[in-house]
Write a protein that binds this ligand. Structure first.
Ligand code: NCD
Length: 305
């Protein structure tokens, strides 16, 4: 696949070869971070981060990635309240404007498809940092990078997914990338929050849906957890029906494979018990560091090729 000059809007743009070349680059980027030195690859370049929805890790790690490569950053973490959106500027016009100022844009928005609308009017590459419950490609990239590093491969692994499979853009994007590998899926979610049928259909015979977390953990190499996505529910009452229904705790982990790893993009909200943090299989805090390296690799490939 071609990276240079491209918008990164969906996992559908990726192929296996592109993923593996990105992971190799991310490994090099980890070395650069560890050296404590700043690169020069992005010297003279500016990243704009436009966040219309809350974020901690994603925005910080995009910005840290640009800074680590010697670039600079302009940032708005609260576009809904403090940008010209308040004066009713359209996404299209914001795209035209910001692309005159920055060399690359990372954007998050609560509506599915919104990042694409802005990107279509932008003269510079736009990277989707999460659009509603649709996709979050860079999170999935760092999740797969974590798996690849841990196991030295992705083929022939069994991936468990637990949580809000209906609304988790992360798990949707994980599938978008994992489909390039020979993997199996074991899915478990509270009733009403099942994986969208289009994805289930595409998973086909590679997927098995089970009723309980116990049935899932005993079979899988990777346990991908998502929180119940509160902001996608019509009411608090509706949300509360689901939160805390399935919890990854020490008792559940007793039934899991010894070499399994637990991934969660974070934040967690009653979906992983704090007691699991000391379990050597927990990887959700390590993932964050991988996110900086993967975003460095992506910025390099998109801007410099
Ligand atoms: C995820 C997101 O925003 O979709 N968070 C993140 O980027 N690390 C997951 C979530 O909010 O549950």
């Amino acid at each position: 696949m071609k990276f240079k000059g491209q918008h990164i809007l969906s996992t559908q743009q990726f192929d296996k070869e592109g993923l593996l070349s990105l992971f190799a680059e991310a490994k090099k980027m980890e070395k650069l971070v560890k050296s404590g030195k700043f690169g020069k690859e992005m010297e003279g370049k500016i990243l704009a981060t436009l966040f219309y929805e809350p974020s901690t890790r994603t925005r910080f790690s995009f910005e840290a990635a640009m800074l680590r490569l010697g670039g600079r950053v302009v940032s708005n973490a609260d576009m809904m309240q403090t940008s010209s959106v308040r004066k009713l500027e359209t996404l299209e016009d914001t795209g035209k404007v910001v692309s005159q100022i920055a060399n690359v844009i990372a954007m998050r928005h609560p509506e599915a498809g919104s990042v694409k609308i802005l990107a279509e009017q932008s003269d510079v590459p736009v990277i989707n940092a999460g659009d509603g419950s649709n996709e979050h490609p860079t999170q999935a990239l760092l999740d797969l990078y974590t798996i690849w590093k841990e196991f030295g491969k992705i083929d022939r692994l069994t991936i468990g997914m637990i949580g809000d499979l209906k609304n988790s853009r992360v798990q949707h994007s994980q599938f978008g990338l994992l489909k390039h590998f020979k993997v199996k899926f074991v899915l478990v979610s509270p009733k009403g929050l099942e994986m969208p049928s289009v994805i289930l259909k595409e998973m086909g015979s590679a997927a098995k849906v089970v009723a309980t977390p116990e049935e899932m953990v005993k079979e899988v190499d990777v346990i991908s957890v998502s929180r119940i996505q509160k902001e996608r529910f019509v009411s608090d009452r509706e949300y509360k029906k689901f939160v805390g229904v399935f919890v990854v705790d020490a008792a559940l982990m007793k039934k899991a494979k010894k070499h399994a790893i637990i991934l969660q993009p974070l934040p967690r909200v009653e979906d992983i018990a704090v007691e699991v943090d000391t379990d050597p299989r927990a990887r959700y805090f390590h993932q964050v560091g991988n996110g900086v390296a993967v975003r460095m690799a992506l910025l390099k490939k998109v801007l410099n090729g």
